[in-house]
Design a protein around this ligand. Structure first.
Ligand SMILES: [Zn+2]
Length: 386
């Protein structure tokens, strides 16, 4: 590199670091930014001024708490810089408009009937995006579209290799959406993106090593943050933690194996034990049914034990600071926390589980959408001058 291009590179990198801090940790004072980056005050001042000119951050005088000297202005990522988060799923397509800072401006859930074709999903997505924009008004900038898909997504090219619950296979989703909308688009696995959202804005905030398990009506998805970086694998398929083996002689799974975590710890099974219609599983993601039934109690014990066993396997691989549980796994944890901890400790290779934290996910129903938008923001955060 020539000296000029090296300086330009450093400059872009510093802008990226400041914008990312304002987006993920903001609002922050200029003094906070100076501390967090180790850059000197005048450099931070000039970079913030440049980001303000780009309309990517807003700067306002610090409210109250005047200490010695001039108050340090407060820097906030501009929530008018937006991305769309899209999540096609079995029973609905959900579209959201998310601003920098993780602000969810709006969300449309459009229910679908029967098998969802790719074309139909894209029509619904387009309608949802138009409605959200007409509610919101004109954004300062639209970074793009992020799509969270329940299935295997090839990171390179954004191809949905296999989404069993949608019956999609080898769908070039990224290029189809770019053709329709003209907006930059990135596609990822729903649980992997949920993990990203929890690690930036939720239960995994400030952690570098996290295993995330999300229980939905269609199974268990997962993701891992390793040394601060989401684990991707060669093709982008890493994190299919629902299809890790927990019982060698277990139930047959749709993936073709037996004894997968998602068939053994299963919301439909829990509802069946409670004598409830298992087709309304989606209603029980936040809280499991309350009942004195002995069958339900036994099934919750069994599920807690299997989950503890699964967690013990995962911590042998990842040695995480925390395991974050979302969806009905968080609800199961609410019912059987002690039992899950005990089984994990008993099954783990000591001392791996001694310091383990198990956390409940914090972002609720928007988690995959915020993660999808975060994916769409990635190029802008990486290079604010793009
Ligand atoms: Zn499986």
């Amino acid at each position: 590199l020539r000296a000029g291009s090296r300086n330009e590179h450093t400059h872009r990198r510093n802008l990226s670091v400041l914008l990312t801090l304002a987006h993920q940790r903001g609002p922050l004072s200029r003094a906070d930014l100076t501390r967090a980056t180790g850059l000197n005050r005048s450099t931070v001042g000039a970079l913030v001024a440049e980001l303000t000119d780009l309309d990517l951050v807003n700067e306002a005088p610090s409210p109250g708490n005047r200490t010695v000297g001039r108050p340090s202005p407060i820097v906030t990522a501009n929530p008018g810089v937006v991305a769309f988060g899209v999540n096609p799923d079995i029973d609905a397509v959900v579209v959201s408009l998310v601003g920098l800072g993780g602000v969810v401006h709006g969300r449309k859930r459009i229910e679908t009937d029967g098998e969802l074709s790719v074309d139909h999903a894209l029509d619904i997505m387009g309608d949802g995006m138009s409605q959200l924009l007409s509610d919101f008004g004109a954004p300062s900038r639209t970074a793009g579209i992020g799509v969270a898909v329940p299935g295997l997504v090839r990171a390179h090219g954004g191809i949905v290799t296999r989404a069993p619950h949608l019956t999609w296979a080898d769908v070039p989703l990224q290029s189809l959406i770019v053709e329709r909308t003209g907006l930059p688009t990135l596609v990822g696995n729903d649980a992997g993106l949920a993990m990203l959202a929890e690690s930036v804005f939720g239960a995994g905030r400030d952690l570098t090593d996290v295993v995330y398990l999300n229980g939905s009506a269609s199974g268990i998805g997962g993701g891992a943050l390793v040394g601060g970086v989401p684990l991707r694998g060669t093709d982008g398929y890493a994190g299919e933690l629902g299809h890790t083996l927990v019982t060698s002689d277990g139930i047959a799974c749709h993936c073709g194996r037996r004894g997968c975590l998602e068939t053994e710890v299963n919301l439909q099974r829990i509802l069946a034990a409670a004598g409830l219609d298992e087709h309304h599983a989606g209603e029980f993601l936040e809280h499991l049914p309350a009942s004195d039934s002995a069958a339900l109690s036994a099934e919750l014990d069994r599920a807690a034990d299997v989950l503890g066993h699964g967690i013990a396997n995962l911590i042998s691989v990842f040695n995480p600071q925390a395991v974050v549980l979302g969806g009905f796994l968080s609800a199961l944890y609410e019912e059987r926390a002690t039992r899950i901890h005990e089984t994990t400790r008993a099954d783990a290779f000591s001392p791996l589980a001694d310091q383990l934290r198990i956390e409940q996910a914090k972002l609720g129903e928007n988690v995959a959408l915020v993660g999808a938008a975060e994916l769409a923001f990635t190029p802008l955060l990486h290079d604010p001058l793009m």
